[in-house]
Design a protein around this ligand. Sequence first.
Ligand code: IFM
Length: 462
Amino acid sequence: MNPPPSRYPSHPFAADFVWGVATSAFQIEGAATADGKGESIWDRFCRQPGAIADGSHGDVACDHYHRLEADLDLIADLGVDAYRFSVSWPRVQPAGQGAFNEAGLAFYGRLIDGLAARGIKPYLTLNHWDLPQALQDQGGWARRDTVHRFVDYARHVAARLGDRVAAITTHNEPWVMAVLGHESGLFAPGIRHRGTAMQVAHHLLLSHGLALRALRADACPARLGIVLNLSPIGPATDSPEDAAAARLEDGRCVRWYMDPLFRGQYPADVWQHLGADVPLVHEGDMAAIATPMDFLGINYYTRGVVSASGTWSAQHGGKPLTDMGWEIVPEGLTELLLRLHREWRPPALYVMENGAAFQDTLEHTPEGPRVHDADRVDYIARHIGALDDAVAQGVPVAGYMVWSLMDNFEWASGYAKRFGIVHTDYATLARTPKDSYLWYRGFLRLQAQRRAQAAQAQVPVP
Ligand code: IFM
């Protein structure tokens, strides 16, 4: 299927705008113990009864580790400029400190070289949640020493791979690791303690800043940043109580990360609200966290609606939902990008993840297997339109990546939630490009044509 071009956003994007697709190591690689890989906190967490909705784990996942070449071809056929992936820390440094695992590093070397050979820019994430379990056994991200272990790991990976990637991001979604991992306990390592969560968040931010300083001192040529999951968060009603609740939730989810990264301070209202749960901050920490970045990455999926009687209200104002139960609010992306630009002025912004889970059906037709995921096509098209609206209003957005290349392990939801633009058959591990893949490919071809036309128009007539 090739949807009509009228479905594509009409404005041309800048010639150097980066279009991509994203994944993360634990969600697709599998090969949980292959070639010397160490255990991660997610390997361990999946073994806890009831932790994962369908009782699954990441041992095989999409088996990307053993299907690298075919998956690289899928990425290349899509026509993207960039591929965002993460390095599994326990694959390259099994104990999280000490010896590095050459076989693990070699895998990422092959991945990066394979992308380069296909003309695709690698965007590398150092930490997409899979902390080595050996470090968790010593206290994990709640322990200050883990900050220094991360900096060592970052320096080693950057020294080995940093000259072959376009960008390195330190952490993916520190809020998720801190709050879902250590306050609600829904994600690994499954801790339920707010004070611990706030200390974890501080250590993640600190390790980001110290890693940036170290990589710059090592003359790492890649552009450096972090990726936050952010949403516009508003009140459920006009009541002052709901407004106050929404402001606080915005403080905990957005300002708690943006203020230290761009202003070197935590928001005073949230600090006061936390009482005894505030993190221990050493002298110099805040300046380190605010080390200037080359870009800020954001992941956008939905908005937040908050009421005083219970945060993240269930009232959805009639908006359609994805299979995650998340409201579909493309205009929220425009609003968010405008606010980030207005309030914190990041030097450049990338939408590092955007996409949706829907119940897809794999159909066996005479032409072969097909997945008609019109909902996902619509979701992506409307969000690219919303991004376009922000760009038109002057926000310096430099790139956009669809989450995700293929259906994969969706954390505590297991394999039941499908975010891929490529369908994964978990029985056979066959990949089938969905209509959304074909749509995105068509969109990217149109962008490439426009770029070529623009370049031609600039060539002086002899
Ligand atoms: O699958 C996740 C990803 O790992 C981080 N961002 C949100 C996605 C969808 O839940």
